[in-house]
Design a protein around this ligand. Structure first.
Ligand code: C5P
Length: 311
């Protein structure tokens, strides 16, 4: 195949996620915690445009404060591109333009979505033809949430959150998201959970290193029933996120007051996700929260994982 067969630019879109359920167990020696989680990909996307270049570089569009997203090797999309190049022996580079819509450091996996999109985009740009299985392996090395951003939909994550099994989910779920201006650090929230548990004697001696998602969560998803799901949404990271940012409790109260079925901190926060009964009720909850001065976004899930928009 001639080089001319490869595109000059590839545009890939990858979704943010909500952890509908997130149980955290003990800490492994590598510092990662055992998880049992259910991810749902929602209609808030990161767009990554990869263009041929001699070197590796990243630019960012769509964030209020550019300083919050590094454009060097700390950037997960940059690391993804370099990892793919070294795994395939590709000797050129890439420029990655990240068009961000998922809140930065918001607990919705925006950086992971960038990395998943970068893997798919560079593979298409460079014509490296990496298998889905190998892409998943590379994604898992980049971060616990990256494999899910590749796959999308609704999935159970165990291990560090990177061992995925699709979960059956009927219909669509309507969510209202309230992002915060200032993000939270995921490692700090996990550390805060450990401290909190140690101080309270809970799970301090023998934390489980293998966890399961409760059956009612899976049943509610399979039934497509927002009321049942609302009754069993749960996040072990909510307590440390609220300890770090007590004002999130006010947001949860406001959303419930506006008619949401349930409100939960997403992942390590601080984004709050409200599950609503119907698209109309989500629109109402969104309008009420905005009238109270909040930024509120109406999204739905599940949606598909990283996919090529144009090449
Ligand atoms: O893998 P990722 O970069 O998303 O994880 C960020 C941090 O979150 C890790 O460095 C770790 O402190 C924490 N984490 C954890 N257990 C997990 C996933 C993440 O402790 N299963």
């Amino acid at each position: 195949m001639s080089l001319a067969a490869f595109p000059e630019a590839v545009h890939v879109r990858a979704p943010g996620k909500i952890n509908v359920y997130l149980g955290v167990g003990g800490r492994h020696e590598d510092g990662y915690h055992a998880l049992a989680t259910v991810f749902q990909a929602v209609s808030l996307y990161e767009d990554v445009i990869a263009r041929d270049a001699d070197d590796f570089s990243v630019s960012v569009v769509g964030v209020a404060d550019p300083d919050t997203v590094p454009v060097d090797d700390r950037n997960l999309a940059m690391r993804a591109a370099k990892m793919l190049a070294s795994a395939t022996g590709y000797t050129g580079g890439v420029h990655l333009e990240l068009r961000k819509s998922v809140p930065v450091a918001g607990g919705m996996g925006g950086g992971s979505a960038d990395a998943a999109a970068a893997l798919v985009a560079c593979d298409a740009l460079w014509g490296t033809g990496v298998s889905p299985h190998r892409l998943h392996e590379l994604a898992a090395r980049l971060g616990a949430d990256v494999p899910f951003a590749l796959h999308g939909g609704t999935a159970v994550g165990t291990g560090r959150g990177d061992q995925l099994n699709p979960a059956l989910a009927r219909g669509r779920f309507d969510w209202v998201l309230v992002p915060s201006e200032e993000g939270l650090s995921t490692p700090e929230i996990y550390a805060r959970l450990d401290t909190h548990r140690a101080e309270n004697g809970a799970l301090a001696d023998d934390p489980p290193l293998s966890l399961d998602v409760p059956i009612p969560v899976l049943q509610a998803l399979r039934a497509g029933d927002p009321h049942s799901l609302a009754a069993c949404m749960f996040n072990d990271l909510e307590v440390p996120a609220l300890l770090e940012r007590p004002a999130l409790d006010d947001i949860i109260t406001e959303g419930l007051h506006a008619g949401a079925l349930s409100g939960i901190v997403s992942g390590s926060g601080p984004t709050v996700a409200f599950l609503c009964e119907t698209p109309e009720s989500a629109q109402y909850v969104q309008a009420e929260l905005e009238a109270a001065g909040r930024t509120a976004l109406h999204v739905h899930g599940p949606v598909s994982g990283a996919r090529i928009i144009s090449a």
